[in-house]
Design a protein. Structure first.
Length: 257
């Protein structure tokens, strides 16, 4: 059934202080997710921004030795970014390092690259998610302060699925809408949610307690940590359409995260 234009939900708009006239954006909080060469001296930079979501920007001349952008466009560093253009690929006009965050090191650095890969593969461009942006900042800070990586990653994975609208309510059975019971074993349909296990099920089996713990972001129990890891791996694989996550495989090999 068609929906009239008047009935369509309006997309989030950036605050007025972050917008300028026409197609210019100035002073937008941002992080580099990924970049790759463009022509001889430039880069295409995939950025996560607070009020505009994931955007693709051409950083002209950024590969030149004396470009002021060369040392600024680094991952996991908070930036203030400005750009122009109205097409999907815009032009970066300025990027300044904001500071105030500890660098990621060792395993935390690899976890950061895993977060970035998830965002690049699961977030549509130009779709604002300010709460997810704030969660990303918080997650980087937790990793930098050596908080337990498995717990930090599970919370972010769950937040990402919620923000993209594909996370089922883990506290309610999909068929009956009854509350999940801690002592019952379930499987989770990626599209619908939990239901009691059946003999022929191929999906990971998880206890009701694990599902309830995940809903309240309580990962202190060792069984919850182990079962939530398998469940999130299964759910992400489904929503990624089977596309591999390179950094996750490296993490599995190194730390079994």
């Amino acid at each position: 059934m068609s929906v009239s234009a008047a009935a369509e939900p309006k997309r989030p708009r950036a605050p007025a202080r972050e917008r300028t006239v026409g197609t210019r954006v100035a002073g937008q909080p941002a992080f580099v997710l990924h970049s790759y060469p463009y022509k001889e001296t430039s880069l295409i930079v995939d950025m996560l921004t607070r009020d505009y979501g994931r955007v693709a920007l051409i950083a002209k001349g950024a590969k030149r030795p004396h470009s002021q952008l060369r040392g600024v466009l680094q991952t996991f560093q908070p930036l203030s970014a400005s750009w122009t253009g109205k097409n999907e690929l815009r032009t970066l006009t300025d990027a300044e390092w904001v500071g105030g965050m500890l660098p990621l090191e060792k395993t935390a650095l690899l976890c950061g690259f895993y977060l970035n890969e998830l965002l690049v593969k699961l977030l549509a461009r130009d779709d604002a998610h300010p709460d997810l942006f704030n969660h990303y900042v918080s997650t980087l800070n937790q990793l930098a302060h050596n908080e337990p990586a498995p717990i930090v990653l599970r919370k972010f994975e769950r937040a990402l699925l919620k923000e993209t609208g594909v996370a089922a309510d883990l506290a309610r059975c999909a068929d009956t809408r009854e509350r999940v019971r801690a002592e019952v074993v379930y499987v989770v349909d990626p599209e619908r949610g939990p239901r009691p296990e059946r003999a022929a099920d191929q999906a990971p089996r998880v206890s009701g307690k694990t599902l309830l713990d995940m809903e309240r972001e309580d990962y202190q129990d060792a069984a919850t940590q182990a079962q939530s890891k398998q469940l999130m791996r299964f759910l992400l694989a489904h929503h990624l359409g089977g596309a591999p996550l390179n950094t996750r495989q490296i993490l599995i090999d190194l730390m079994q995260l």
